[in-house]
Structure formats: C-alpha cells, structure tokens
Design a protein around this ligand. Structure first.
Ligand code: HEC
Ligand code: HEC
Length: 223
C-alpha cells in the first residue's frame, strides 16, 4: 500500500468508527431515558435525604454501596409504604431485633425517602436484583400446598415473615405462631393489626373473609 493509501485508510477508517460510536451513544442515551420514570422535585428531595443520612454507608442501591444491609433498589415492590414509614422512623419499634439504628428521620423526611425509593423501584433494571427464592415457604416441600398456604404465598407474607427458616426477617418468625395465638386473635389481627398490637407495622390483610379464614387455619397449624 502506498503512503497515500495508508493515510486514507487511517483517516476514513477513524471517521467511520467515530460515526458508529456517536450513533451508538445516541441510541444508548435514548434507551436510558426510557428506563427510568421522570425525576420530579419530590424524588430529588428524597435523594437529598438519602444522602443526608448516608444510607449507602450500610445499604446498596443499583449495586452501589455497602453490603452490611439489604439492597434497596426494589424495596417498595415488596414492602408497603405504611410499613416502610414506620420502619424508617423507628426500626426497633417495628422489629425489636433490627440492626438499623434510629437515625432521627422525621415524618416528612420518611415520606420523601419513600418517594425516592418508589421512583428507584420503577427503574427498569432488566430484572436485577434477582428475586430471592422463597418458593415453598411453608415446609411442605414436594407436597401439595394447602389452601391456606396458597393464600400465604399469594399475599407475599414471606416477604416479611419466616416459616421454618424460609422468608424475610422484617416481621416476627411465625414457625410456631399456632401455639402462641388463637383463632380469634389471628383473624382479628389480620383484619386490623393495630387493634391488637399498638402501632403495629404489619399492613392489614386485604383479602376476602374466606381467604383470611384459610390463612388463619394455616397459622393455627404452625405449632
Ligand atoms: C448503620 C447501618 C444502616 C444505615 C445507616 C441505614 N440502614 Fe437501613 N437497614 C440496616 C439493616 C442492618 C437493615 C436490615 C434490617 C435490620 O436488621 O435492621 C436495614 C433495613 C432497612 C429497610 C428494610 C426494612 C425491611 O423490613 O425490609 C429499609 C427500607 C431501610 N433499611 C432504609 C434505610 C434508609 C432509607 C436509610 C437512610 C436514611 C438507611 N436504611 C440507613 C442498616 C442501616
Ligand atoms: C411488610 C411486612 C409484613 C407483611 C407483608 C406481613 N406482615 Fe405479619 N407482621 C409484621 C410485623 C412488623 C409484625 C409484628 C407486629 C404485629 O404483631 O402486628 C407482624 C405480625 C404478624 C403475626 C403475629 C405474630 C406474633 O407472634 O404475634 C402474624 C401471625 C403475622 N404477622 C402473619 C402474617 C401473614 C399471614 C401475612 C400475609 C398475609 C403477613 N403477616 C404479612 C410484618 C408484616
């Protein structure tokens, strides 16, 4: 190849790949915009509170942060807002064993944080982080689920409770709840937790009475 040929190859070759780079960058920017909902002033305010208390010193979000505490990217998908608010303002009032300290978060700050976390949960992360495998959260591996167990799974109780070592730790372990509570207490508590446990952070169960009854029977079988 002549000198001139080599020079042309260098210039046009570089130009060609530069144009491809620009096109791909534009394409990516376009896609990123669509992966996240609009950032409102409230979301922004929530992010400021997130920084103020250095939540990332213990938690991860989108994979960034510390691995001391659970990832917060999709937290509002499996924990209702009322619960989150109570937990944020006073973790140990919700869960006496909580390792998260009471940080002094005000009611207004908690609302803002939840708005931010809700926005975060809506960001399309291609299914990340993977959902924990809670499949047979009933100690009935291999066996057919009872009606009550099915209600338990459908309502996502295992996001917060553990039965036989499977489930979350936000609420008490209910592996033996059947020997602690009776039918009336369980049914009533499901319909209105705060009437039975002052300031309870458990969300009232929204299901038909028939389903709640089956859930109660399942609880009574946990001894
Ligand atoms: C000193 C470490 C620490 C800091 C700082 C901290 N957390 Fe936590 N957080 C934890 C731990 C540990 C847990 C797991 C539950 C527990 O043991 O308390 C947790 C749990 C949570 C939960 C989930 C509760 C549940 O039941 O699923 C939320 C929501 C949360 N933190 C939000 C925040 C936010 C928002 C901030 C900043 C304002 C924050 N945390 C700051 C340690 C921390
Ligand atoms: C967002 C978290 C959360 C969810 C979801 C949740 N709970 Fe709870 N649950 C709690 C908390 C916190 C408590 C402790 C306060 C109380 O007793 O009301 C609790 C208490 C209980 C108790 C009383 C335990 C005891 O030892 O006194 C039972 C039973 C129970 N939950 C069952 C369920 C079932 C069944 C579901 C699904 C319909 C469910 N919970 C959903 C957080 C949750």
């Amino acid at each position: 190849m002549s000198n001139k040929g080599a020079k042309n190859l260098f210039i046009y070759g570089s130009l060609f790949f530069f144009v491809i780079l620009v096109l791909l960058t534009i394409d990516t920017m376009d896609k990123i915009d669509k992966r996240a909902p609009e950032i409102t002033a409230d979301v922004d305010a929530g992010k400021m509170v997130w920084h103020k208390y250095d939540c990332i010193g213990c938690h991860t979000i989108l994979g960034n942060g510390s691995y001391f505490a659970p990832d917060m990217t999709k937290i509002t998908d499996n924990k209702p807002k009322g619960y989150l608010k109570k937990f944020l303002m006073d973790p140990r009032a919700v869960n006496p064993g909580a390792a998260m300290p009471k940080l002094g978060i005000s009611s207004d700050e908690a609302d803002k944080l939840i708005t931010f976390l809700e926005w975060m949960s809506k960001v399309d992360t291609n299914g990340w982080p993977p959902k924990p495998i809670l499949a047979v959260a009933a100690g009935s591996s291999g066996k057919e689920l009872s009606a009550g167990q099915r209600v338990y799974q459908t309502l996502g109780c295992s996001n917060c409770h553990m039965v036989n070592g499977i489930g979350g730790t936000s609420g008490p372990d209910i592996t033996h709840v059947g020997s602690k509570r009776d039918k009336e207490w369980l049914f009533g508590h499901f319909k209105n937790p705060e009437a039975y446990v002052p300031k309870s952070a458990m969300p009232a169960v929204s299901a038909s009475d028939a389903d709640i009854e089956q859930l109660t029977d399942y609880m009574l079988s946990l001894k």
